[in-house]
Design a protein around this ligand. Structure first.
Ligand code: SF4
Ligand code: SF4
Length: 334
C-alpha cells in the first residue's frame, strides 16, 4: 500500500472516530511553529516581522509534543520561521513520529542537506521543501541567489537516502499558467518528489511586498488555465480533488479554520495560521472561545482574498467524506 493511501486511510479512520464521538470541531493537521526566526527574508512572508526577542524564542520539545497530544491531530506540519534553525527540531519530529503522527517538516532547504543525518527516513516523516518557481523566479521570491540550486540538491540527496520528499509552492500575481505548469512539471517529472502542495499566496498585512497577492478571480483564472488539458490528474498533488476544484472556481466553500489550527511560541493562534487575533492555551480553549462564524470570505475583510489550504482544505476533506462519489474520486486520484 502506498504511503499516501495509508495516510488517507489513517485520516479517514480518525474522521470516523470524530463523527462517532459527535465531536463538532477537531483538527486534521496542526501547523506547528516552534520558532519564528528564519535565515531568509522573503518579500511575501508574514512570519519574520516579530521583534528580536520573539525571534529568539524556541519552543521546548515537551511543549510541542504536549500541544499535539492535547489536540489529537493525526498530522503535523512543522513550519516557522525556518525549523532547521531550532536546535531540537530533530527531537520534536522524532517524538511526534514515535507517537504515530504524520509529520511534514517545512523548510527553505538552505540547511537541509547538512542536517539530513539528524533525521530517519520513515513513512510517517516527509520533508516539505519551499519551492516557488524555477531558478530565477524562486531566487527572486526568496531574495537570494543560489537558494533554488541548494533546494534541488537537498531534495535529490534526501530522495537518495530514502526520505519521503514533498514540496510546497506558493503562487503570486507574477505567475502565469505557463510558469505554474513549468515548475510543477519540473518538480513532478524531473525531481520526482512524492507529492506537491500548492497555494495562492495569502495577503499578509505585514509582508513587505503587498503588490503581488492574487485575488479570488485571478486565482480561479490562473489555476483553471494551468490545470487544463488533464495536467491536474498527471501531477502528484497532495490535495483533495474538491480543493483543486475550489482553486479553479468550480465549487465554492466557506473556511473551516479550526481544521488546520496553528500552535506557535505564543500558543494556539486565533483563528488560523494566517491571522492573529489573540491566542489560547489549549486547542479546546481555542475551539470553545473563538467566534468561528466571524471569519471567512464575506465575513471578515481580511479573509476576502484568502483561498489558502489551511482554511479550505479541511472544508474540502469534510465534504469529501460526506460523499461516496467524492471519496471514490479522492481515492482514485490519490
Ligand atoms: S523561508 Fe518561509 S519563514 Fe523564511 S522568510 Fe521565507 S517565507 Fe518566511
Ligand atoms: S479565510 Fe479562514 S483561513 Fe483564510 S485568513 Fe480567514 S480565517 Fe484564516
Amino acid at each position: 500500500m502506498s504511503v499516501p493511501l495509508r495516510q488517507s486511510l489513517t485520516v479517514g479512520a480518525y474522521l470516523a472516530r470524530q463523527r462517532l464521538a459527535r465531536r463538532e470541531r477537531f483538527p486534521l493537521l496542526v501547523e506547528l511553529e516552534p520558532l519564528y526566526q528564519c535565515n531568509l527574508a522573503c518579500a511575501g512572508c508574514g512570519k519574520i516581522q516579530h521583534p528580536e526577542h520573539v525571534l529568539r524564542r524556541r519552543m521546548p520539545v515537551e511543549v510541542a509534543v504536549e500541544a499535539i497530544e492535547e489536540s489529537g491531530a493525526p498530522m503535523v506540519s512543522i513550519a516557522g520561521g525556518e525549523p532547521l534553525i531550532h536546535p531540537e527540531i530533530d527531537a520534536i519530529a522524532a517524538e511526534l513520529v514515535r507517537r504515530r503522527r504524520y509529520v511534514y517538516l517545512c523548510t527553505n532547504a538552505i540547511m537541509m542537506e547538512r542536517k539530513l543525518d539528524l533525521f530517519e527516513p520513515s513513512p510517517r516523516f516527509a520533508w516539505a521543501v519551499h519551492l516557488d518557481g524555477l531558478r530565477e523566479r524562486h531566487d527572486a521570491s526568496v531574495g537570494r541567489d543560489g537558494v533554488f540550486d541548494k533546494a534541488v540538491a537537498a531534495i535529490r540527496a534526501a530522495k537518495d537516502r530514502g526520505f519521503r520528499v514533498t514540496t510546497n509552492t506558493t503562487f503570486f500575481t507574477h505567475d502565469s499558467p505557463q510558469t505554474v505548469r513549468r515548475v510543477l512539471d519540473f518538480i513532478n517529472d524531473e525531481l520526482e518528489v512524492d507529492e506537491m502542495m500548492i497555494s495562492p499566496a495569502y495577503a499578509y498585512e505585514r509582508a513587505p511586498d503587498q503588490d503581488h497577492f492574487l485575488g479570488v478571480r485571478e486565482t480561479h483564472e490562473l489555476f483553471r488555465a494551468a490545470f487544463a488539458d488533464g495536467r491536474r490528474r498527471r501531477w502528484r498533488l497532495n490535495h483533495t480533488p474538491l480543493f483543486l476544484d475550489f482553486l479553479e472556481g468550480k465549487v465554492d466553500f466557506q473556511c473551516t479554520a479550526w481544521g488546520i489550527p496553528s500552535y506557535s511560541v505564543f500558543g494556539w493562534q486565533r483563528p488560523c495560521y494566517l491571522m492573529a487575533d489573540g491566542y489560547a492555551k489549549t486547542y479546546r480553549e481555542l475551539v470553545e472561545t473563538t467566534d468561528w462564524d466571524a471569519y471567512g470570505r464575506g465575513r471578515d475583510p481580511r479573509c476576502d482574498n484568502c483561498m489558502a489550504h489551511c482554511g479550505y482544505e479541511p472544508t474540502a476533506v469534510l465534504a469529501t467524506t460526506h460523499s461516496v462519489r467524492q471519496s471514490l474520486r479522492a481515492l482514485v486520484s490519490g
